[in-house]
Design a binder for this molecule. Structure first.
Ligand code: UN1
Length: 424
């Protein structure tokens, strides 16, 4: 159903469902680990600790590209923390959302964990299908949803962030990425090529973690571009349910239009189309479905390519060159978004440099792994215009709870903190 509705290939759709299964497994363990700290009180015969309570009902807004996984790592963690969920999925993937919500409601109905007065366990998970303007706006404005977790474009996030901040609510934002992979002269180029192809072509370039920029050392740039173009020539484009297919269609005609515009702008700004391009789009124009060809655009050294600073949700890979790693890192960090990043190198020094405070400024930093395909066990999200939120594993659960600091006086005196004396 994922493949039918949004077009990613079957293998990746199965991977996405696996991601939901994995987060469900994770949550089973998490349910025993919602730990609070205890701390020693400065006052005698006092005990101090913190505990975590549910927020109440959490609003989850998701995008079309991961209709199952993104809901799962929000809703399952939120439910594990004791919350109920109102889900607004993308209008482009209503069927998957209805199916998934019905599935989870059926599972909940089979539980007898609730007392009769608590209501119907199935209502922990609710779904509202509608536009951003009606449903989205109603959710962001509603104080009964103390947390809005939203995944989507930076533009959408800015809107949601401001609306929720306006009522002093809490936001968890996972917005756009403009992820780059640095390939140094010390890289295993076979690994680098495979990682770049999966990162740039996978999900037809429609992941927030998609590799959009390749920053390659001058000495290996021709080699890397050559390897990439041969790999791109092998990419079978077509029916996502056909096992041979590596790249399905884009989500909509508008998405094709945006891809075309980005390519045209890149060429105007000095980029050179290595493969795909506007011609690649035209080659598929007669097909049913929004098919395009994955595109590589090489950027002549010294050329500034402003369009590469924008996230175009399409399989366009911009290839830049560098000489010094410092410069590569500066180029890497020069975009507004800060989600995922990667360096391909066998040099320990280069890898550690990339992971140091002076290295990647992203929420995710990988060595010898591409920018996409994160595991659920870690916290997922990014910095800068990506919105700063962290979802999924690690201690991301804390976002879905409220912390309470508790102090108990078990003595018969009333000593004041900071030693203040206040006796009448
Ligand atoms: C997204 O594109 O919104 O790391 C999520 C990845 C996947 C999730 C992507 N695990 O590419």
């Amino acid at each position: 159903m994922i493949s039918l509705e949004m077009g990613k290939i079957r293998a990746e759709a199965i991977g996405e469902v696996q991601e939901a299964v994995d987060i469900a497994d994770f949550c089973v363990g998490l349910s025993r680990q919602l730990y609070g700290l205890t701390m020693h009180s400065e006052r005698p015969r006092h005990r101090m600790y913190e505990q975590w309570h549910p927020l109440g009902t959490v609003g989850v807004i998701t995008a079309f590209n991961f209709p199952v996984a993104v809901w799962s790592w929000n809703a399952m963690v939120a439910a594990t923390c004791g919350n109920a969920i109102v889900w607004k999925p993308s209008l482009q993937t209503p069927l998957v959302s209805i199916a998934l919500n019905n599935l989870v409601r059926r599972v909940m109905s089979e539980q007898d964990i609730f007392q009769p007065d608590d209501g119907d366990p199935a209502d922990v998970f609710t779904l509202v299908i509608g536009t951003d303007e009606t449903v989205g706006q109603a959710m962001t404005d509603d104080r009964r949803l103390p947390l809005i977790s939203a995944t989507g474009s930076c533009r959408m996030g800015r809107h949601v962030g401001q609306a929720v901040a306006g009522r002093l609510g809490r936001c968890l934002l996972e917005l756009g990425g403009n992820n780059a992979m640095i390939v140094t002269a010390e890289a295993n180029l076979d690994l680098a090529t495979r990682a770049a192809v999966f990162g740039a072509v996978g999900t037809a370039g429609q992941r927030c973690t998609t590799t959009r920029r390749l920053i390659v050392h001058r000495d290996v740039a021709d080699d890397v571009v050559g390897r990439l173009s041969s790999a791109y020539a092998q990419v079978a484009i077509g029916d996502p349910l056909n096992d041979e297919t590596l790249m399905g269609p884009l989500i909509s005609r508008d998405a094709i239009e945006r891809m075309k515009q980005a390519i045209e702008t890149a060429v105007e700004q000095g980029g050179e189309v290595i493969c795909g391009g506007v011609e690649g789009i035209e080659r598929h124009a007669e097909r049913r479905g929004y098919f395009v060809e994955p595109t590589i655009i090489r950027v002549p050294p010294g050329t500034d390519l402003p369009v590469a600073r924008e996230e175009t949700f399409a399989p366009i890979l911009y290839v830049f060159e560098f000489e010094q790693l410092d410069d590569a890192i500066a180029m890497h960090n020069s975009v507004d978004q800060g989600l995922s990043s990667a360096i391909m190198t066998d040099s320990l020094r280069e890898a550690e440099m990339f992971l140091s405070h002076a290295g990647s400024d992203c929420g995710i930093a990988n060595v010898n792994i591409g920018t996409s395909g994160a595991e659920i066990g870690g916290a997922f999200g990014g910095e800068k215009d990506t919105g700063g939120g962290r979802e999924s594993g690690s201690d991301a659960w804390k976002n879905y709870m409220r912390r309470q600091t508790c102090t108990i006086n078990w003595g018969d005196q009333l000593p004041l903190a900071q030693g203040i004396s206040f006796d009448a």
